[in-house]
Design a protein. Structure first.
Length: 462
């Protein structure tokens, strides 16, 4: 099955926000850029007509990237709509009819995880699951136990090679570039270790708040929302060993080894924050202790990374929107010329969003007789962001049966093992003002160091 393309695309939750914001734009892009000749079937509860469903698709594209009239005409011609309750066998009987002769359908579950079992059982009852693949959206559970239950539920109806756990962050071009830069350049490997690297910082900052998603955010918080998945994935890409082969599992095996080497967090290495005004948001508890900011210190217990702290920081209502990795090197072993300030050591900076750049911080001599220098930044690579929508890339891979960019069950469970000791109220929540870099208490985990705040202008090394 792995080398055969899917021959139908079915997405549950077809009238929801995820379909509206991501799936319809990705489907149009797939039609624009590659062969995508298959039925596209939306399944949802509202009793819409097909014309209403097509209008929803067009409105989605108008709001998210624009309508390509030629591609949309193709998309609209392939759209079908099945309305019904997911608990009703008749819904899946109608889906079976809509699938016609398709024998390798791809099912996208853009629905809450609590409904996964219901839909999987319904697909099996109508014999729609035979030869099919299933895509499930994060979050993959709320903790280790629920993630294990979710995997057990899916595995009752689909074999592991047919389960695609989608984290759209892994489909982003800059994240893939991070991995490519590491292993396609020989100059980096000899210094990419504890002998030369002092610390690593990963920052994901957002200017926006919860954007009307108060009820959802009350269920997740920053650690569950982006640390357990997006940011630990970035750390895994930074720390994994080179894959031993080019086959499907080689890279995923190395990532899993990196996850397993991450030391479980302890409360003393985590600071949580909440921006002032969060409790005034709709559907947020007046005494909420959910974090909108988290800063933590992580260690990787391997020979290569022993003793190197990884500082991870994420938050809402921060001064800018940007994601950046800052790898700081140790000082030269002996002072030969001028004293190098703490803030001007060598570094490698990976800007992952919104623009993309890879830069190296170095020292250069100032003009004149004195042997004194200044910090300069050498820009290795810069682009204007993704050339391909993450969902376009990932859905295309799932249709082909390529799991390289999808999350494996053991990695999901290992990531939950890392954060589980600090979930909930394991640490206090400190209030911070909007448009600041979080609570001052976050400085305490740096052991005398400083946070390297991303700049608005990626060309400015700050």
């Amino acid at each position: 099955m792995a080398n055969l393309d899917s021959d139908a695309f079915v997405f549950f939750g077809a009238t929801g926000d995820l379909a509206y914001q991501q799936i319809f734009p990705a489907l149009q892009a797939l039609i624009q850029h590659r062969q995508f000749n298959m039925p596209i079937i939306g399944v949802a509860l509202p009793p819409w007509t097909l014309d209403q469903f097509k209008a929803r698709a067009r409105e989605s594209l108008e709001k998210h990237g624009g309508v390509d009239e030629k591609a949309f005409a193709t998309l609209a011609a392939r759209l079908q709509y099945v309305s019904g309750d997911y608990a009703s066998p008749q819904t899946f009987a109608n889906l079976k009819t809509a699938l016609g002769g398709a024998c390798r359908p791809l099912f996208y579950l853009a629905i809450p995880p609590a409904l996964f079992a219901t839909v999987a059982k319904g697909l099996a009852g109508a014999e729609c699951d035979k030869g099919g693949r299933v895509v499930v959206e994060k979050p993959f559970g709320r903790d280790l136990a629920s993630a294990q239950r979710l995997s057990q539920t899916l595995s009752e109806y689909f074999p592991e090679p047919a389960i695609f756990r989608i984290d759209h962050y892994l489909g982003k071009e800059p994240v893939q570039n991070l991995l490519y830069f590491r292993f396609a350049n020989s100059f980096l490997e000899p210094i990419w270790n504890r002998d030369n690297i002092d610390s690593v910082q990963v920052t994901m900052a957002e200017t926006k708040g919860v954007e009307g998603r108060g009820a959802l955010y009350e269920e997740v918080g920053a650690i569950r929302d982006v640390v357990q998945n997006h940011l630990l994935e970035v750390v895994a890409l930074l720390t994994m060993q080179a894959p031993v082969a080019r086959d499907l599992d080689a890279q995923r095996n190395e990532k899993q080894r990196a996850f397993r080497a991450m030391r479980p967090l302890v409360p003393g290495d985590v600071v949580r924050g909440q921006f002032r005004g969060y409790r005034d948001e709709a559907n947020v508890a007046p005494d909420s202790r959910v974090e909108t900011f988290a800063a933590l210190k992580l260690y990787i217990d391997t020979w290569r990374w022993a003793g190197v702290p990884f500082y991870i920081r994420t938050g809402k209502r921060l001064p800018i929107t940007a994601t950046e990795v800052y790898v700081q090197f140790k000082r030269p072993p002996q002072r030969v010329f001028d004293t190098i300030p703490e803030s001007e050591r060598n570094y490698v900076r990976f800007r992952l969003s919104p623009n993309v750049s890879i830069s190296i911080g170095a020292r250069s001599k100032l003009p004149g007789e004195a042997m004194v220098g200044k910090q300069v930044e050498l820009v290795v690579h810069q682009t204007l962001g993704d050339q391909m929508l993450p969902y376009e890339r990932l859905l295309g891979d799932a249709i082909r049966g390529d799991q390289s960019l999808f999350v494996r069950e053991d990695s999901v469970e290992s990531a939950w093992t890392v954060v589980e000791p600090v979930l909930g109220d394991a640490t206090p929540v400190h209030e911070y003002e909007p448009n600041t870099w979080g609570p001052s208490e976050a400085d305490s985990i740096l052991a005398g160091g400083v946070w390297h705040d991303p700049c608005e202008d990626p060309d400015d090394p700050c």
